[in-house]
Write a protein that binds this ligand. Structure first.
Ligand SMILES: [Cu+2]
Length: 570
């Protein structure tokens, strides 16, 4: 990890950045399944922190334009604490089945001049992973400064299917948003700006870049391309629509994989567009054959920010910009057809054979854990977002409780943890199935990422809830949740076809409980799960869990008290 410079657009001056190998994105690492890789992550960062961090004094300017939609500091003061950052790092391989000592625990830091040697077994199916800094409290700044790169795992199954591999027909698309400073004359300086405002604690930057370039053009031949798409933004969720002549042209896209690799069978992308929240991946085959040279296609983002799961309001390209939705420039990139031989590849009808869709019976009687996502508003400071781990309340518990009612049955919970530093309450047993239920009691969609093994999404349930006055305490939580749909709720709470694969990040929408089925394997130790909106993860939507081998559980008996056996909702 080194300081370097990077040109985000040919018309921009060079920007100081921090990057792996001094570049942005970092070098793409390709690894073969079953061939372990060791990386010496050397921290050689120096010089000042390359990003100006600020909070605009007002959410909108005198003309009513949101501060986050324009470059510059919008009258905000540069944050002195961020300017004083010296570059402590710890690298996490997102999606890696990594032993705990090498997983990038957020508090195990390397200072400049120090290094960490991490051993990655790479004993996992082919997938697009990514590595990025994961430092406690300031991941939002170090990833924004450039500390992220791609890691591709290859395996034999993909080769059997003869999927495009490597240049020129397999291309990773790392999508991120960035903002830049202005000089006294109002010209863009290239200096990176991380700007929030009094109403929005996440940075939703106006300029979209792909692989480090703002609004790039990719020349493509009339052939089938494989795009490995990753949303590496701090907070922004994208809903990607491919346009030709201003009309949606999604039919030429087939999705063959997600976070942890191939689906069982290809699926079309959702009619409204491909939704990717922070850290989600999509493996796409796009058929450009039979398009004339010179044809241009545009990739557009139609998702408002902050994202709340609302369906697409997109009608046409001309009015896709939505400044109130913090989307001043919906443009992502363009594809331009060149001359070349037509090379259409058939899409294999059967892809992965190494996993089954989750059977209801498999997960009906296994341990269930419940986590409530809550936002605690604070006077004069940004909100505190936390994940409240819930444990069954005792019958005589008179304290604040969370009740979940499904028809006649009511389950009562008590919040037992809120902040990262609170005592660990989750001790999953290796090689045993579990169900984790994420209960969203906020107005935004949270992409929840679980380290170590992938999971499958079992259900999305619509809910209505009430939180009494002062119901959200520092640790305590009181809420009445009903498993029923609010008549005003516009979300369908469906599991999309392209979410029915092996995932490591799941969108938990407002008014919704998401259930995932997970089984941790192989590695015992201390891991993390968290919201992948980096501004949320840093404050304080992240919690530890400890995986334990079964033979140790008789000696750790009390850890089993924090869960239900069996279902509360199914
Ligand atoms: Cu979040």
């Amino acid at each position: 990890m080194r300081a370097g410079t990077h040109r985000f657009h040919r018309d921009l001056p060079e920007s100081p950045i921090w990057g792996f190998d001094g570049g942005l994105p970092g070098p793409t690492i390709e690894a073969e399944r079953g061939q372990p890789v060791s990386v010496e992550w050397r921290n050689e960062l120096d010089g000042p922190f390359p990003v100006v961090v600020t909070t605009a004094p007002a959410a909108v300017d005198a003309d009513g334009i949101p501060a986050q939609c324009v470059p510059g500091l919008s009258g905000g003061r540069p944050d002195d604490d961020a300017a004083a950052l010296t570059g402590q790092t710890v690298v996490h391989l997102h999606g890696g089945l990594t032993p705990a000592p090498y997983d990038g625990w957020a508090e195990n830091l390397s200072a400049p001049g120090q290094y960490a040697v991490f051993h990655y077994p790479v004993d996992q199916r082919a997938a697009l992973l990514w590595y990025h800094d994961h430092v406690m409290g300031v991941t939002k700044f170090s990833v924004y400064a450039g500390l992220a790169g791609l890691w591709i795992v290859r395996d034999d199954r993909e080769r059997e299917l003869e999927l495009p591999e490597g240049p020129s027909f397999e291309i990773p698309l790392l999508i991120q948003d960035r903002n830049f400073d202005l000089d006294d004359q109002g010209r863009l300086t290239g200096r990176l700006v991380h700007k929030t405002d009094p109403e929005v604690m996440e940075a939703f930057a106006p300029f979209t870049m792909v692989n480090g370039k703002v609004w790039p053009v990719l020349e493509v031949e009339p052939a089938t391309y494989r795009f490995r798409v990753l949303n590496g933004s701090n907070a922004r969720t994208y809903r990607l629509v491919l346009l030709r002549d201003g009309e949606p042209d999604l039919g030429r896209i087939v999705q063959i994989g997600t976070d942890h690799g191939l689906f069982r069978a290809p699926v079309p992308v959702p009619a409204g567009g491909l939704v990717l929240s922070s850290a989600e991946r999509a493996d796409l085959l796009v058929d450009f054959s039979h398009l004339d040279p010179g044809t241009e296609l545009t990739l557009l983002n139609t998702a408002r920010a902050p994202f709340d799961g609302s369906p697409s309001a997109f009608t046409d390209q001309e009015d896709a910009a939505d400044v109130d939705g913090l989307l001043p420039y919906p443009h992502v990139m363009r594809f331009r057809l060149t001359d070349g031989p037509t090379a259409r590849r058939p899409v294999p009808p059967e892809l992965a054979t190494d996993y089954e869709p989750p059977a209801a019976t498999r997960f009906a009687r296994v341990p269930h854990r419940a986590i409530a996502l809550v936002e605690r508003e604070l006077e004069g400071r940004p909100s505190m977002l936390t994940m409240r781990e819930l444990a069954p309340a005792k019958g005589d518990d008179a304290g604040p409780v969370v009740t979940v009612t499904d028809g006649r049955a009511t389950v009562r919970y008590r919040a037992v943890a809120a902040r990262f530093e609170d005592a660990t309450t989750f001790f999953p047993v290796l090689d045993e199935d579990e169900v984790w239920q994420f209960i969203n009691l906020t107005d935004d969609t949270h992409p929840i990422h679980v380290h170590l093994d992938p999971f499958q999404i079992l259900a999305r349930h619509p809910i209505r809830y009430e939180i009494p006055e002062d119901g959200i305490g520092k640790r305590d939580l009181a809420a009445e949740i009903k498993l029923e749909r609010d008549p005003d709720d516009r979300l369908d709470h469906a599991i999309d076809d392209n979410e029915r694969g092996l995932k490591d990040t799941v969108r938990v929408n407002p008014n919704e409980i998401v259930e995932i089925g997970v089984r941790f394997t192989r590695y015992s130790g201390r891991y993390m799960y968290h919201c992948h909106i980096l501004e949320h993860e840093d404050r304080d939507m992240m919690r530890p869990f400890v995986t334990m081998p079964a033979e140790l559980m008789p000696f750790m008996h009390e850890h089993r008290h924090h869960m239900f056996h069996g279902s509360m909702t199914m």
